[in-house]
Write a protein that binds this ligand. Structure first.
Ligand code: ZN
Length: 413
């Protein structure tokens, strides 16, 4: 999707701010001799920014507005290496809330709803983003934060919560718990807003059916405000995103060249109005595509397809490039298994091997099921994994993100 005149103007404003602040990315632009972009072609010559650049700017090198205008910082979880610190001005915080409120509206949520927020509050952007959007919309926030499932369910019943915000893993855990306790008729939930991890259709159907709710995927990343920069609407597949705040391009992750609308590639985001830490051509490593057709809901906001995975999720097994989403797709063809699975990749006798663990019930022949799944993976993707079926509930569930792909090849030394 080509950048518009208006968006180019906004980018130029951001370039000016970055260069004059002499912040980390401003210096980079100045060193490259860039002070403005005149055309869409010029824009494509701007250098990409990467997570590594943001880490190098630790702690406050990204700060582009004067100190007295910065009202808050957030930080990416940083499970590996130096965390990234993103400064926000009051306008950034407000813009983010506006985007988030728009997400709720797209999901059909109104100021009469009661929104139970289970993502964590603190340094990272999850809980507080859901909260600010809820308040902006005028709905009632029930700011629970993660964990304490007993208390969550107690509040959900007492306050007649209508919307649950959670990671998909935690939504599943809640759904299973509610079913186990046989209290679904006491629950008034209508919608779920699910963020922060990729999830399979199977898992989605399971949560949706067990809780009897509509589900919405919210998109976002700490580096670019946080969750709330896009959400799916009630009509079709894909997520609308807010092109008055961000510009999205899809590139070939190998060459860095833009791909035509409709083709899959890596999502690259430019913030158009952010003050605290503007980012230009930020590589997210998330894989998706622009859906070129207009949405039947009538919204003019452009659409991204569901996130297919991450460029760094790609595995190479026996010379075949594999994404976890492809394995998920195959597993989705087997109604007798649960939505949980685990993939382990290891090095055995000089070769890469993949083991897939799936869950099923005692009335299914485990050996026969494993054999059928292995054959399906072979015919659809091109290599034969080792498949092992286990009892339902054996694979780990988590309140945050569930690690479904474990690569043991890098832990050998
Ligand atoms: Zn739509």
């Amino acid at each position: 999707m080509q950048i518009t005149e208006k968006q180019l103007e906004q980018v130029n404003d951001r370039i000016k701010a970055l260069v004059s602040a002499g912040s980390f990315y401003g210096k980079k632009l100045r060193d490259a001799g860039i002070t403005e972009v005149k055309t869409a072609e010029d824009f494509l010559k701007l250098p990409f920014s990467e997570k590594k650049d943001l880490r190098d700017a630790y702690p406050l090198g990204l700060m582009t507005a004067p100190e007295e205008k910065i009202v808050r910082i957030h930080s990416s979880s940083g499970t590996t290496g130096t965390p990234v610190i993103i400064p926000y001005t009051a306008k950034d915080v407000d813009d983010w809330a506006t985007m988030f409120a728009r997400c709720y509206e797209f999901a059909g949520i109104t100021n009469k709803d009661r929104i139970q927020i289970t993502p964590g509050y603190g340094l990272w952007t999850a809980g507080i983003g859901f909260q600010a959007g809820c308040e902006k919309l005028g709905a009632m926030a029930v700011p629970m934060g993660p964990g304490n499932t007993d208390k969550q369910i107690e509040m959900m019943i007492a306050l007649e919560t209508t919307v649950i915000c959670a990671t998909s893993s935690y939504a599943l855990l809640l759904a299973e718990e509610i079913q186990k306790r046989g209290i679904r008729d006491k629950i008034k939930l209508k919608k779920g807003v699910i963020g922060s991890e990729r999830w399979s259709k199977k898992m989605r159907d399971r949560i949706s059916t067990e809780l009897g709710i509509e589900l919405y995927d919210i998109y976002g990343l700490t580096e670019i405000y946080g969750p709330g920069i896009g959400i799916n609407c009630t009509k079709e597949e894909g997520m609308h995103y807010w092109d008055d705040f961000i510009y999205i391009e899809i590139i070939d992750p190998k060459t860095g060249e833009p791909v035509p609308d409709g083709e899959q590639g890596e999502i690259v985001i430019t913030t158009l109005v952010k003050e605290g830490a503007p980012l230009i051509r930020y590589r997210t490593h998330d894989l998706s595509r622009i859906i070129p057709e207009p949405c039947s809901c009538g919204s003019r906001f452009p659409r991204l397809d569901m996130i297919m995975g991450r460029t760094d999720d790609m595995m190479k097994i026996k010379g075949v490039n594999v994404f976890p989403s492809q394995i998920e797709e195959v597993l989705g063809m087997f109604p007798e298994i649960s939505s949980e699975y685990q993939i382990r990749i290891s090095h055995l006798d000089g070769k890469d091997t993949m083991r897939i663990y799936v869950e099923t019930t005692g009335d299914v022949n485990f050996d026969d099921l494993s054999k059928r799944i292995a054959e399906k993976v072979k015919s659809r993707i091109g290599f034969t994994p080792i498949v092992k079926a286990v009892e339902i509930g054996v694979l780990p569930r988590s309140m945050k993100k569930t690690a479904r792909v474990i690569d043991e090849r890098f832990n050998e030394d």
